[in-house]
Design a protein around this ligand. Structure first.
Ligand code: SAH
Length: 374
């Protein structure tokens, strides 16, 4: 994968061999059709779906409700192994764990599990690499390798849930291993989710459809983060989901945003925010505005003031992210006093703001650090 030139954008992912078909790629109806093609009774599709989505079964040996003779055929036809763990790395007292996955074609992606006192959040990848080329993001610097299939997206979460269930990811407050639940999913790993639109939407359906169609997670616990692909934001609004939309703004003015988020040369700050307000209106959810604070680049008080003016009286919340270091980047996080002033300026406009923790930083697992180097 050649390194992209500064500002170069890649929307269409290179085509290659397709990942094997998997249960999680299919709707409930399609699953029944495939099961019938395999020569099995259609209701086996629901049994299989329950095993995968509800019981988080690890394999055919556990499918005691399915005749032994059918298990291998169903497993082969609908539950091929999509990815294997290359390695897990943990930090923050084992409450953050990054997994490096190898896909069927040797491509590498990463996901991150984060345990909080009241919830577990998983940060997942939607593409291998990314075509949006933001200069401060390690994934963007590597270019786009390919889109992930729906099932490759879903399987990251299934694997996270299985791992939690097996007690590998800590106990809950009562001390019971495996009792914590994965409730939040953020599309903030590798890739631009709205550039892999159809598969990401299908994955959201699998995550949120009730059993046996999917995991039955709440749509409200899911966040889709985007650089600001306006037509895709509008399309997302048409889906009538109540997932949260996060917009990676990083600058309130087009001049600076053109360099920090190159897709801004296609859709300007005002257009992106208009699409976001429309999404907020239709979904009933507040927009998360993501803003990585970069020392002496985008952290001036006047930019905070301008940002405050753009956002005030809208349904928005600002998430300030202290810049995480990435290889080869000359940029660093803002000084604490500049960060404080930035927050103060936003508050003067009545705009809600939080500073995101730097979870995962020491294992290169924090925002913008996922590069999936073997
Ligand atoms: N492509 C999507 C999804 C990635 S989300 C998007 O850009 O929104 C990852 C978030 O981390 C984005 O807001 C991204 O801009 C931010 N980010 C990237 N590199 C970062 C870095 N080095 N430090 C802090 N945040 C970073």
């Amino acid at each position: 994968m050649p390194k992209p030139l500064p500002g170069e954008l890649t929307f269409a992912a290179p085509r290659g061999a397709k990942p094997p078909r998997h249960l999680a790629d299919l709707t409930a109806t399609e699953r029944r059709e495939v099961v019938a093609e395999l020569g099995e009774k259609p209701f086996r599709a629901d049994q299989l779906s329950r095993q995968y989505f509800s019981r988080l079964s690890a394999g055919p040996d556990e499918w005691t409700d399915i005749p032994a003779a059918s298990r291998a055929k169903l497993a082969e036809g609908l539950l091929p192994e999509l990815m294997t763990v290359v390695r897990n790395v943990s930090c923050d007292d084992d409450s953050t764990r990054k997994t490096l996955w190898k896909l069927f074609d040797g491509v590498l992606v990463e996901s991150v599990l984060m345990r909080y006192p009241d919830r577990v959040t998983m940060c997942i990848s939607s593409q291998a690499g990314c075509g949006m080329n933001c200069p401060f993001c390690a994934t963007g610097q590597a270019g786009l390798t390919r889109n992930l299939s729906t099932a490759e997206i879903v399987e990251q979460i299934a694997a996270g849930m299985r791992s939690i269930k097996a007690g590998e990811f800590g106990a809950d407050a009562s001390g019971e291993a495996g009792a914590v639940r994965l409730s939040n999913v953020v599309f903030m790993g590798m890739g631009e989710p709205l550039a892999n639109y159809k598969r990401v939407i299908a994955a959201i359906r699998r995550l949120t459809d009730p059993a046996p169609g999917g995991f039955g997670l709440s749509q409200r616990g899911i966040t889709v983060s985007t650089v600001g692909l306006v037509p895709a934001i509008n399309r997302l609004a048409d889906e009538e989901l109540s997932v949260r939309l996060a917009v990676s703004l990083h600058a309130p003015d087009d001049e600076l945003r053109d360099t920090l988020v190159p897709v801004n040369t296609r859709w300007r700050v005002a257009e992106v925010l208009d699409a976001a307000w429309d999404y907020a209106e239709r979904s009933g959810r507040r927009i998360s505005i993501e803003y990585a604070l970069i020392k002496d680049i985008n952290d001036q008080a006047w930019r905070a003031d301008l940002l405050g003016r753009l956002l005030k009286n809208h349904r928005a919340h600002v998430n300030l992210i202290p810049l995480n270091p990435t290889p080869g980047s000359k940029w660093t996080a803002s000084r604490p006093e500049d960060e404080r002033e930035f927050v103060r300026q936003l508050k003067l406009h009545g705009v809600p703001v939080t500073v995101r923790d730097t979870r995962g930083q020491e294992i290169d697992g924090a925002c913008g650090q996922l590069a999936a180097a073997g």
